[in-house]
Design a protein around this ligand. Structure first.
Ligand SMILES: C[S@@+](CC[C@H](N)C(=O)[O-])C[C@H]1O[C@@H](n2cnc3c(N)ncnc32)[C@H](O)[C@@H]1O
Length: 387
Protein backbone atom coordinates (compact mmCIF):
# COMPACT_ATOMS: atom_id res chain seq x y z
CA UNK A 1 0.00 0.00 0.00
CA UNK A 2 1.30 3.46 -0.93
CA UNK A 3 1.59 6.56 1.28
CA UNK A 4 0.00 9.28 -0.79
CA UNK A 5 -1.48 12.74 -0.79
CA UNK A 6 -3.03 12.36 -4.26
CA UNK A 7 -6.07 10.13 -3.99
CA UNK A 8 -8.39 8.79 -6.70
CA UNK A 9 -11.46 10.95 -7.38
CA UNK A 10 -14.72 9.37 -6.19
CA UNK A 11 -17.45 8.68 -8.76
CA UNK A 12 -20.50 11.03 -8.74
CA UNK A 13 -22.73 8.66 -6.69
CA UNK A 14 -20.07 8.19 -4.03
CA UNK A 15 -19.49 11.96 -3.97
CA UNK A 16 -23.23 12.53 -3.40
CA UNK A 17 -23.16 10.18 -0.38
CA UNK A 18 -20.12 11.96 0.94
CA UNK A 19 -21.68 15.43 0.54
CA UNK A 20 -24.87 14.32 2.30
CA UNK A 21 -22.91 12.89 5.23
CA UNK A 22 -20.74 16.00 5.43
CA UNK A 23 -23.87 18.16 5.75
CA UNK A 24 -25.20 15.92 8.57
CA UNK A 25 -21.85 16.16 10.37
CA UNK A 26 -21.77 19.95 9.97
CA UNK A 27 -25.31 20.20 11.41
CA UNK A 28 -24.34 18.01 14.36
CA UNK A 29 -21.24 20.09 15.05
CA UNK A 30 -23.30 23.29 14.96
CA UNK A 31 -25.82 21.76 17.37
CA UNK A 32 -22.92 21.00 19.76
CA UNK A 33 -21.55 24.50 20.18
CA UNK A 34 -19.43 24.21 17.05
CA UNK A 35 -17.17 21.45 18.37
CA UNK A 36 -17.41 17.65 18.17
CA UNK A 37 -14.95 15.22 19.74
CA UNK A 38 -13.00 13.22 17.16
CA UNK A 39 -14.63 10.05 18.55
CA UNK A 40 -18.11 11.42 17.76
CA UNK A 41 -16.94 12.54 14.33
CA UNK A 42 -15.41 9.10 13.61
CA UNK A 43 -18.61 7.40 14.82
CA UNK A 44 -20.60 9.38 12.23
CA UNK A 45 -18.01 9.04 9.45
CA UNK A 46 -17.96 5.24 9.82
CA UNK A 47 -21.37 4.25 11.17
CA UNK A 48 -23.97 6.97 10.49
CA UNK A 49 -27.07 5.10 9.29
CA UNK A 50 -27.13 4.77 5.52
CA UNK A 51 -24.21 7.14 4.94
CA UNK A 52 -21.21 6.18 7.13
CA UNK A 53 -18.35 4.22 5.56
CA UNK A 54 -19.48 0.88 7.03
CA UNK A 55 -23.20 1.58 6.46
CA UNK A 56 -23.53 3.11 3.00
CA UNK A 57 -23.30 0.07 0.78
CA UNK A 58 -20.16 1.35 -0.98
CA UNK A 59 -17.59 -0.29 1.27
CA UNK A 60 -15.25 -2.74 -0.27
CA UNK A 61 -13.10 -5.08 1.82
CA UNK A 62 -10.79 -7.32 -0.18
CA UNK A 63 -8.57 -7.30 -3.22
CA UNK A 64 -9.77 -4.50 -5.50
CA UNK A 65 -11.45 -2.73 -2.54
CA UNK A 66 -10.14 -0.16 -0.05
CA UNK A 67 -8.18 -2.58 2.12
CA UNK A 68 -7.58 -6.29 2.55
CA UNK A 69 -7.98 -8.15 5.83
CA UNK A 70 -6.25 -11.44 6.63
CA UNK A 71 -9.30 -13.72 6.12
CA UNK A 72 -9.62 -12.43 2.53
CA UNK A 73 -6.09 -13.56 1.67
CA UNK A 74 -6.56 -17.26 2.22
CA UNK A 75 -8.75 -19.73 4.15
CA UNK A 76 -5.48 -20.86 5.79
CA UNK A 77 -5.78 -17.89 8.18
CA UNK A 78 -9.19 -19.04 9.47
CA UNK A 79 -8.08 -22.68 9.54
CA UNK A 80 -5.09 -21.92 11.79
CA UNK A 81 -7.32 -19.74 13.95
CA UNK A 82 -9.76 -22.67 13.93
CA UNK A 83 -7.20 -24.92 15.62
CA UNK A 84 -6.85 -22.41 18.49
CA UNK A 85 -10.65 -22.22 18.72
CA UNK A 86 -11.09 -26.00 18.62
CA UNK A 87 -8.74 -26.38 21.61
CA UNK A 88 -11.10 -24.21 23.66
CA UNK A 89 -14.38 -25.62 22.32
CA UNK A 90 -13.21 -29.10 23.33
CA UNK A 91 -12.82 -27.92 26.93
CA UNK A 92 -16.31 -26.41 27.13
CA UNK A 93 -18.92 -28.95 25.99
CA UNK A 94 -21.89 -27.50 24.09
CA UNK A 95 -20.15 -24.17 23.67
CA UNK A 96 -20.55 -21.53 20.98
CA UNK A 97 -18.56 -19.04 18.91
CA UNK A 98 -19.33 -15.34 18.85
CA UNK A 99 -17.73 -13.15 16.20
CA UNK A 100 -17.80 -9.37 16.43
CA UNK A 101 -17.65 -7.29 13.23
CA UNK A 102 -17.64 -10.14 10.72
CA UNK A 103 -17.15 -7.87 7.66
CA UNK A 104 -18.16 -9.78 4.53
CA UNK A 105 -18.45 -13.06 6.49
CA UNK A 106 -15.43 -14.75 4.90
CA UNK A 107 -13.82 -15.73 8.21
CA UNK A 108 -17.13 -17.07 9.58
CA UNK A 109 -17.65 -19.23 6.46
CA UNK A 110 -14.08 -20.58 6.44
CA UNK A 111 -14.07 -21.21 10.19
CA UNK A 112 -17.34 -23.13 10.08
CA UNK A 113 -16.15 -25.27 7.16
CA UNK A 114 -12.88 -26.04 8.92
CA UNK A 115 -14.42 -26.77 12.34
CA UNK A 116 -16.88 -29.08 10.58
CA UNK A 117 -14.01 -30.88 8.80
CA UNK A 118 -12.30 -31.59 12.15
CA UNK A 119 -15.60 -32.52 13.79
CA UNK A 120 -15.52 -29.66 16.24
CA UNK A 121 -18.44 -27.44 15.30
CA UNK A 122 -19.79 -25.04 17.94
CA UNK A 123 -23.47 -25.37 18.87
CA UNK A 124 -24.07 -21.92 17.37
CA UNK A 125 -21.96 -19.33 15.58
CA UNK A 126 -23.25 -15.94 16.71
CA UNK A 127 -22.41 -12.71 14.91
CA UNK A 128 -22.68 -9.20 16.36
CA UNK A 129 -22.30 -6.66 13.55
CA UNK A 130 -22.50 -2.87 13.89
CA UNK A 131 -23.42 -2.35 10.23
CA UNK A 132 -26.83 -3.37 8.83
CA UNK A 133 -25.28 -3.36 5.34
CA UNK A 134 -22.56 -5.84 6.33
CA UNK A 135 -25.09 -8.02 8.09
CA UNK A 136 -26.87 -8.52 4.74
CA UNK A 137 -23.59 -9.23 2.94
CA UNK A 138 -22.70 -11.80 5.62
CA UNK A 139 -26.06 -13.56 5.21
CA UNK A 140 -25.60 -13.74 1.44
CA UNK A 141 -21.99 -14.96 1.56
CA UNK A 142 -22.56 -17.52 4.29
CA UNK A 143 -25.53 -18.95 2.41
CA UNK A 144 -23.28 -19.28 -0.65
CA UNK A 145 -20.03 -20.51 0.90
CA UNK A 146 -21.19 -22.77 3.73
CA UNK A 147 -24.85 -23.39 2.85
CA UNK A 148 -25.19 -26.67 4.80
CA UNK A 149 -24.03 -24.88 7.99
CA UNK A 150 -26.10 -21.73 7.63
CA UNK A 151 -28.52 -22.78 10.41
CA UNK A 152 -25.62 -22.63 12.85
CA UNK A 153 -25.30 -18.88 12.32
CA UNK A 154 -27.40 -16.48 14.39
CA UNK A 155 -27.14 -12.68 14.25
CA UNK A 156 -27.61 -10.99 17.61
CA UNK A 157 -29.00 -7.49 18.16
CA UNK A 158 -27.76 -7.40 21.71
CA UNK A 159 -25.29 -9.34 23.82
CA UNK A 160 -26.52 -12.40 25.72
CA UNK A 161 -26.47 -12.18 29.54
CA UNK A 162 -23.90 -14.96 29.65
CA UNK A 163 -21.82 -16.83 27.08
CA UNK A 164 -19.56 -19.90 27.02
CA UNK A 165 -17.16 -20.65 24.19
CA UNK A 166 -14.91 -18.53 22.00
CA UNK A 167 -15.30 -14.84 21.17
CA UNK A 168 -13.37 -13.56 18.15
CA UNK A 169 -12.76 -10.08 16.75
CA UNK A 170 -10.47 -9.58 13.75
CA UNK A 171 -9.70 -5.92 12.98
CA UNK A 172 -12.66 -4.67 14.99
CA UNK A 173 -11.05 -2.69 17.85
CA UNK A 174 -9.11 -0.59 15.30
CA UNK A 175 -12.46 0.40 13.72
CA UNK A 176 -13.92 1.69 17.01
CA UNK A 177 -14.09 5.49 17.38
CA UNK A 178 -11.15 7.01 19.28
CA UNK A 179 -10.58 10.29 21.08
CA UNK A 180 -7.52 12.35 20.10
CA UNK A 181 -5.57 14.07 22.83
CA UNK A 182 -2.55 16.33 22.81
CA UNK A 183 -0.31 16.21 25.85
CA UNK A 184 1.61 19.38 26.63
CA UNK A 185 4.12 20.14 29.35
CA UNK A 186 1.46 20.36 32.03
CA UNK A 187 -1.94 20.43 30.34
CA UNK A 188 -3.74 18.06 28.02
CA UNK A 189 -6.14 19.12 25.30
CA UNK A 190 -8.52 17.21 23.09
CA UNK A 191 -8.46 17.49 19.34
CA UNK A 192 -11.97 17.75 17.94
CA UNK A 193 -13.67 19.07 14.83
CA UNK A 194 -15.17 22.48 14.25
CA UNK A 195 -16.75 24.17 11.21
CA UNK A 196 -15.46 27.32 9.54
CA UNK A 197 -16.78 28.53 6.16
CA UNK A 198 -18.71 25.27 5.76
CA UNK A 199 -15.42 23.32 6.05
CA UNK A 200 -14.32 20.90 8.76
CA UNK A 201 -11.25 21.92 10.77
CA UNK A 202 -9.30 20.56 13.71
CA UNK A 203 -9.60 22.44 16.97
CA UNK A 204 -8.11 21.85 20.42
CA UNK A 205 -10.35 22.18 23.47
CA UNK A 206 -10.18 21.08 27.12
CA UNK A 207 -10.78 17.33 27.56
CA UNK A 208 -14.45 16.45 26.97
CA UNK A 209 -14.57 13.40 29.24
CA UNK A 210 -13.08 12.92 32.74
CA UNK A 211 -11.89 9.41 31.79
CA UNK A 212 -9.52 11.01 29.28
CA UNK A 213 -7.74 12.93 32.05
CA UNK A 214 -6.91 9.67 33.85
CA UNK A 215 -5.68 8.15 30.55
CA UNK A 216 -3.47 11.21 29.89
CA UNK A 217 -1.88 10.90 33.37
CA UNK A 218 -1.12 7.29 32.54
CA UNK A 219 0.36 8.15 29.11
CA UNK A 220 2.80 10.63 30.69
CA UNK A 221 4.70 7.70 32.18
CA UNK A 222 5.59 6.55 28.65
CA UNK A 223 6.37 9.70 26.68
CA UNK A 224 9.63 11.59 26.65
CA UNK A 225 8.80 14.71 24.64
CA UNK A 226 5.81 17.04 24.37
CA UNK A 227 3.70 18.04 22.56
CA UNK A 228 2.57 14.46 21.97
CA UNK A 229 -0.59 13.73 19.96
CA UNK A 230 -2.20 10.33 20.36
CA UNK A 231 -5.47 8.41 20.32
CA UNK A 232 -7.40 6.92 23.23
CA UNK A 233 -9.87 4.11 22.55
CA UNK A 234 -12.32 4.34 25.47
CA UNK A 235 -14.89 2.34 23.50
CA UNK A 236 -12.64 -0.72 23.03
CA UNK A 237 -11.78 -0.83 26.74
CA UNK A 238 -15.42 -0.53 27.84
CA UNK A 239 -16.50 -3.09 25.22
CA UNK A 240 -13.90 -5.62 26.36
CA UNK A 241 -14.88 -5.23 30.02
CA UNK A 242 -18.53 -5.89 29.11
CA UNK A 243 -17.70 -8.84 26.88
CA UNK A 244 -15.26 -10.27 29.43
CA UNK A 245 -17.83 -10.09 32.21
CA UNK A 246 -20.35 -11.82 29.94
CA UNK A 247 -17.97 -14.76 29.35
CA UNK A 248 -18.69 -17.55 31.85
CA UNK A 249 -16.11 -20.01 30.48
CA UNK A 250 -13.97 -19.87 27.35
CA UNK A 251 -11.67 -17.49 25.52
CA UNK A 252 -11.51 -14.19 23.69
CA UNK A 253 -9.16 -13.82 20.72
CA UNK A 254 -8.47 -10.24 19.64
CA UNK A 255 -6.54 -9.90 16.39
CA UNK A 256 -5.50 -6.45 15.29
CA UNK A 257 -2.61 -4.20 14.41
CA UNK A 258 -1.12 -2.45 17.35
CA UNK A 259 1.46 -2.44 20.09
CA UNK A 260 2.04 -2.73 23.81
CA UNK A 261 1.91 0.69 25.56
CA UNK A 262 5.71 1.11 25.55
CA UNK A 263 5.82 0.76 21.78
CA UNK A 264 2.53 2.57 21.22
CA UNK A 265 3.85 5.77 22.83
CA UNK A 266 7.20 5.59 21.05
CA UNK A 267 8.58 9.05 20.13
CA UNK A 268 8.17 8.08 16.44
CA UNK A 269 4.40 8.04 16.96
CA UNK A 270 4.18 11.57 18.38
CA UNK A 271 1.52 12.36 15.74
CA UNK A 272 -0.60 9.36 16.70
CA UNK A 273 -1.59 6.32 14.68
CA UNK A 274 -4.68 7.47 12.75
CA UNK A 275 -4.79 6.03 9.24
CA UNK A 276 -7.30 6.27 6.41
CA UNK A 277 -7.69 3.67 3.67
CA UNK A 278 -9.15 4.49 0.27
CA UNK A 279 -8.81 2.26 -2.78
CA UNK A 280 -5.67 0.54 -1.46
CA UNK A 281 -3.97 3.85 -0.61
CA UNK A 282 -3.16 4.94 2.91
CA UNK A 283 -2.94 8.48 4.26
CA UNK A 284 -3.59 10.29 7.52
CA UNK A 285 -6.30 12.88 6.84
CA UNK A 286 -9.73 11.76 8.12
CA UNK A 287 -11.33 15.05 7.09
CA UNK A 288 -11.14 14.08 3.40
CA UNK A 289 -13.46 11.67 1.55
CA UNK A 290 -15.97 11.66 4.42
CA UNK A 291 -17.87 8.36 4.48
CA UNK A 292 -15.87 6.98 1.54
CA UNK A 293 -12.69 5.95 3.34
CA UNK A 294 -11.97 3.73 6.30
CA UNK A 295 -10.55 5.45 9.40
CA UNK A 296 -8.57 3.40 11.89
CA UNK A 297 -6.21 3.75 14.82
CA UNK A 298 -3.70 1.19 16.04
CA UNK A 299 -4.67 -0.77 19.13
CA UNK A 300 -3.03 -0.29 22.53
CA UNK A 301 -2.92 -3.91 23.71
CA UNK A 302 -1.73 -2.97 27.21
CA UNK A 303 -4.95 -0.97 27.71
CA UNK A 304 -6.98 -3.95 26.48
CA UNK A 305 -5.12 -6.36 28.78
CA UNK A 306 -5.90 -4.05 31.73
CA UNK A 307 -9.62 -4.08 30.84
CA UNK A 308 -9.45 -7.86 30.55
CA UNK A 309 -8.12 -8.14 34.10
CA UNK A 310 -10.97 -5.92 35.37
CA UNK A 311 -13.40 -8.39 33.75
CA UNK A 312 -11.79 -11.34 35.55
CA UNK A 313 -10.05 -12.72 32.46
CA UNK A 314 -6.62 -14.32 32.44
CA UNK A 315 -4.21 -12.90 29.84
CA UNK A 316 -3.23 -16.23 28.31
CA UNK A 317 -0.98 -14.94 25.53
CA UNK A 318 0.17 -12.02 23.43
CA UNK A 319 1.73 -13.07 20.14
CA UNK A 320 2.68 -11.66 16.79
CA UNK A 321 0.15 -12.81 14.20
CA UNK A 322 2.88 -14.89 12.54
CA UNK A 323 3.63 -16.82 15.76
CA UNK A 324 -0.07 -17.26 16.50
CA UNK A 325 -0.70 -18.73 13.03
CA UNK A 326 2.39 -20.96 13.19
CA UNK A 327 1.20 -22.24 16.58
CA UNK A 328 -2.17 -22.92 14.92
CA UNK A 329 -0.37 -25.13 12.39
CA UNK A 330 -0.68 -22.90 9.31
CA UNK A 331 2.36 -24.47 7.59
CA UNK A 332 1.07 -28.00 8.10
CA UNK A 333 -2.36 -26.90 6.87
CA UNK A 334 -0.89 -25.36 3.74
CA UNK A 335 1.03 -28.55 2.96
CA UNK A 336 -1.97 -30.77 3.43
CA UNK A 337 -4.20 -28.53 1.29
CA UNK A 338 -4.83 -29.23 -2.41
CA UNK A 339 -1.69 -30.16 -4.22
CA UNK A 340 -2.36 -28.40 -7.49
CA UNK A 341 0.39 -26.06 -8.61
CA UNK A 342 -1.93 -23.06 -8.79
CA UNK A 343 -3.15 -23.71 -5.23
CA UNK A 344 0.42 -24.12 -4.02
CA UNK A 345 1.38 -20.76 -5.54
CA UNK A 346 -1.66 -19.10 -3.98
CA UNK A 347 -0.81 -20.58 -0.58
CA UNK A 348 2.79 -19.44 -0.83
CA UNK A 349 1.73 -15.87 -1.67
CA UNK A 350 -0.82 -15.80 1.17
CA UNK A 351 1.70 -17.21 3.68
CA UNK A 352 4.10 -14.42 2.75
CA UNK A 353 1.47 -11.74 3.39
CA UNK A 354 0.27 -13.33 6.64
CA UNK A 355 3.61 -14.27 8.17
CA UNK A 356 6.44 -12.02 7.00
CA UNK A 357 7.47 -9.29 9.47
CA UNK A 358 7.33 -6.51 6.87
CA UNK A 359 3.79 -7.57 5.88
CA UNK A 360 1.12 -8.64 8.42
CA UNK A 361 3.23 -10.99 10.54
CA UNK A 362 4.73 -8.48 12.97
CA UNK A 363 2.49 -5.41 13.35
CA UNK A 364 -0.60 -7.60 13.73
CA UNK A 365 -0.86 -9.17 17.17
CA UNK A 366 -3.18 -11.60 18.89
CA UNK A 367 -4.26 -11.09 22.48
CA UNK A 368 -5.58 -14.36 23.93
CA UNK A 369 -7.79 -14.01 27.01
CA UNK A 370 -9.10 -16.97 28.96
CA UNK A 371 -11.61 -17.83 31.66
CA UNK A 372 -11.42 -21.32 33.13
CA UNK A 373 -9.77 -22.85 30.06
CA UNK A 374 -6.14 -23.44 29.11
CA UNK A 375 -4.62 -22.18 25.87
CA UNK A 376 -1.44 -24.15 25.23
CA UNK A 377 -0.78 -22.72 21.76
CA UNK A 378 -0.94 -19.11 23.01
CA UNK A 379 2.27 -19.38 25.02
CA UNK A 380 4.44 -20.07 21.95
CA UNK A 381 6.71 -17.02 21.32
CA UNK A 382 4.69 -15.17 23.92
CA UNK A 383 5.18 -11.41 24.34
CA UNK A 384 3.13 -10.88 27.53
CA UNK A 385 6.20 -9.46 29.26
CA UNK A 386 5.93 -6.44 26.92
CA UNK A 387 2.36 -5.55 27.95
C1 LIG B 1 -12.16 -3.52 9.46
S1 LIG B 1 -13.67 -4.33 9.37
C2 LIG B 1 -13.14 -6.00 9.69
C3 LIG B 1 -14.08 -7.02 9.12
C4 LIG B 1 -13.71 -8.49 9.35
N1 LIG B 1 -13.57 -8.82 10.74
C5 LIG B 1 -12.49 -8.86 8.57
O1 LIG B 1 -11.48 -9.20 9.18
O2 LIG B 1 -12.53 -8.84 7.32
C6 LIG B 1 -14.45 -3.87 10.91
C7 LIG B 1 -15.80 -4.53 11.15
O3 LIG B 1 -16.18 -4.32 12.52
C8 LIG B 1 -17.52 -3.87 12.58
N2 LIG B 1 -17.66 -3.22 13.90
C9 LIG B 1 -17.05 -2.11 14.35
N3 LIG B 1 -17.36 -1.86 15.63
C10 LIG B 1 -18.17 -2.87 16.03
C11 LIG B 1 -18.82 -3.20 17.26
N4 LIG B 1 -18.70 -2.43 18.34
N5 LIG B 1 -19.58 -4.31 17.30
C12 LIG B 1 -19.71 -5.10 16.20
N6 LIG B 1 -19.13 -4.83 15.02
C13 LIG B 1 -18.36 -3.73 14.93
C14 LIG B 1 -17.66 -3.06 11.31
O4 LIG B 1 -18.99 -2.82 10.95
C15 LIG B 1 -16.94 -3.97 10.32
O5 LIG B 1 -17.75 -5.04 9.91
Amino acid sequence: MKQTAKLPTPDPIAQQHSDALLQQIIQTIEQHNNWLSFADFMQMALYQTGLGYYSNGLTKIGIGGDFVTAPQLSPLFSMALGNHIADVLQQVPGSNCLEFGAGNGQMAADLLLYLDSIDCLPTHYYIVEASAYFREIQKKNLAKESAHLKDKVIWLDRLPATFSGVIIANEVCDAMPVHRVQLGKELCFEQGITVANNQLQWQLQPLSNPQLAACCDNIRAYIEHVPYLTEINLQASAWLTTVGEMLAQGAILLIDYGFSATEYYHPQRHQGTLRCHYQQQVHDDPLRLIGLQDITAHVNFTALAESALVAGLHVAGFQRQADFLLAGGILELSQSAENETYQQLQNAAALKRLLLPDQMGEVFKVLSLAKEVTMQRSVISDLRHRL
